[in-house]
Ligand binder design. Structure first.
Ligand SMILES: [Zn+2]
Length: 390
C-alpha cells in the first residue's frame, strides 16, 4: 500500500465494528468538523418550539424502528464522526418503517398475581420466544385480558401444574383444587367460558416499555423511563382498584372491567444496545454529545429496538384484530411506534394514540424529574426522533 500514488484511493479492509475506541475520536480537523456538526444539531434542537411541534414532524433516523443500519466500518483505522452524524439527520420520512415479515412465536410460560405498593393488583406474565433468549414480560391490569398460550391445556399436566404456572381463573386460595373454577363460586362456570374468549369491552390502554435499569431502578434523572412506567401503571390501575374493592365486597370476580391495560415490558436495555454500551453513551453525553449522537459515535443505530415481540405478545393476549374488535389505545409520544406495534400485517390495530406528557411539564416543575440531562434528552427525542410531546 505504501507504493500507491498519493492521489489513488487506497483500499483497506473493513474494520470490525468494535475495534474503534473513543480515543480515535480525537481527530484534529475531523474533531473540529464534529464539533461544528454538533453545534448545528444543537441549534436545530433548540429551535423546536411549541408551534413547530403541531405541524412538522422532524426527520426520523432510518434506524428508529428496526436495526436496519449500523454505521459502516471505514478504511484506514479511523472513521469520520461527522459522516456518522450526518446519518442522524438524513430525512427518512419517505421510507416505510422496516418491519419483520412475520411475527415471532411467543409463549407465556408463567403468570402470577402481584399486589403493588399503590394498592392496585396486576398479573405479571413471563414470555419465551423464538427470536432471543430473553424473558420479556407483560404486566396486565384487569381481569378480562388473558394469555392464550398460557391457558392452553398442556399434555399430561395436572390441575396443580396449571395453577402453579398461573393458568387459573379468578383467585388462588389455600386448598383450591381446580384451575377452571373457584369452589363455592356460583360464577365459576361462567369464568371457564370467559377464559377462552376474553374480549375487552372497549379498547384497552397499552404501553410498550423498554427496560431501563438506570431510570427504573438506579434513580437516574438522565431519562424519564421510570416516570413513564409509573404513569402507565397508574392510568391502567384505575379499573383494577375499583375491581378489587368490588370483589372484596362481593367475594366474586367482577366482569365489568371497562378496559384494563397491558404494559409490554421488553428487555431491550438502552434502546437495544445493552447497559454497558448505554453507560459509554452517557460518558459521551457528558463530553458534549446528545443521546442520538452518542449512539452513532459508538457505531450503534440511534435506536436499535424492534417491536415484533410486543405485537406477538399483544396478539397472544387477545388484543389482536382477530379477537378484539375495539383495537388498542397506545400510550406513546412516538408516532412511528404506532405503525411498528401494529405489526407487518396489521395484526394489532391502534385506535388511538394517547400522549404521555412528562410530569415536570404538566406540573410546572413541581413534580416529576427535573435535571438538565432529562431536558436535553426530551429535546433530542422531539427534534431528532419524531416524538410529539404535547
Ligand atoms: Zn431510560
Amino acid at each position: 500500500m505504501s507504493n500507491l500514488p498519493s492521489h489513488a484511493s487506497p483500499t483497506f479492509a473493513a474494520q470490525p465494528a468494535s475495534s474503534n475506541t473513543i480515543e480515535q475520536l480525537s481527530l484534529g480537523s475531523d474533531q473540529i468538523a464534529l464539533n461544528s456538526r454538533i453545534d448545528e444539531l444543537r441549534g436545530d434542537a433548540v429551535s423546536v418550539t411549541d408551534s413547530d411541534r403541531g405541524d412538522v414532524t422532524p426527520a426520523v433516523p432510518a434506524s428508529l424502528l428496526s436495526p436496519s443500519f449500523t454505521p459502516p466500518a471505514t478504511p484506514g483505522g479511523t472513521f469520520n464522526p461527522a459522516q456518522l452524524l450526518q446519518q442522524a439527520q438524513q430525512p427518512t420520512s419517505s421510507k416505510p418503517p422496516k418491519l419483520l415479515s412475520r411475527l415471532p412465536d411467543v409463549e407465556c410460560i408463567v403468570r402470577a398475581r402481584i399486589p403493588t405498593t399503590t394498592g392496585a393488583e396486576m398479573f405479571l406474565h413471563l414470555y419465551h420466544n423464538d427470536l432471543d433468549n430473553k424473558e420479556h414480560l407483560a404486566i396486565v391490569f384487569g381481569n378480562t385480558i388473558r394469555s392464550r398460550s398460557l391457558d392452553k391445556v398442556r399434555p399430561g399436566e395436572t390441575e396443580m401444574d396449571r395453577m402453579i404456572r398461573g393458568a387459573y381463573v379468578g383467585k388462588l386460595h389455600p386448598g383450591r383444587v381446580s384451575s377452571w373454577y373457584e369452589e363455592g363460586n356460583a360464577e365459576g362456570a361462567k369464568d371457564t367460558q370467559n377464559a377462552d374468549e376474553s374480549t375487552p369491552s372497549q379498547a384497552p390502554l397499552v404501553r410498550i416499555h423498554s427496560e431501563c435499569y438506570t431510570g427504573e431502578t438506579a434513580w437516574s434523572a438522565r431519562c424519564d423511563c421510570g416516570e413513564q412506567l409509573d404513569e402507565a401503571a397508574r392510568l391502567m390501575s384505575f379499573p383494577m382498584e375499583t375491581l378489587s374493592e368490588l370483589a372484596s365486597q362481593q367475594s366474586v370476580p367482577v366482569a365489568s372491567n371497562a378496559s384494563g391495560g397491558v404494559i409490554v415490558y421488553l428487555r431491550q436495555e438502552g434502546r437495544g444496545i445493552g447497559l454497558g454500551e448505554k453507560l459509554k453513551a452517557y460518558n459521551l453525553q457528558d463530553l458534549g454529545s446528545d443521546t442520538v449522537e452518542a449512539n452513532l459515535l459508538l457505531r450503534h443505530p440511534a435506536d436499535a429496538r424492534s417491536y415484533g415481540l410486543a405485537t406477538a405478545i399483544l396478539v397472544d393476549l387477545g388484543l389482536g384484530e382477530d379477537a378484539n374488535p375495539h383495537g388498542i389505545r397506545l400510550l406513546t409520544n412516538n408516532p412511528d411506534k404506532v405503525r411498528a406495534v401494529e405489526g407487518p400485517n396489521r395484526e394489532v390495530v391502534v385506535k388511538e394514540r394517547v400522549p404521555m406528557i412528562p410530569l415536570a411539564w404538566r406540573s410546572g416543575g413541581k413534580a416529576g424529574i427535573t435535571s438538565t440531562e432529562v431536558e436535553g434528552y426530551l429535546r433530542t427525542k422531539i427534534s431528532k426522533m419524531g416524538h410529539m410531546i404535547q
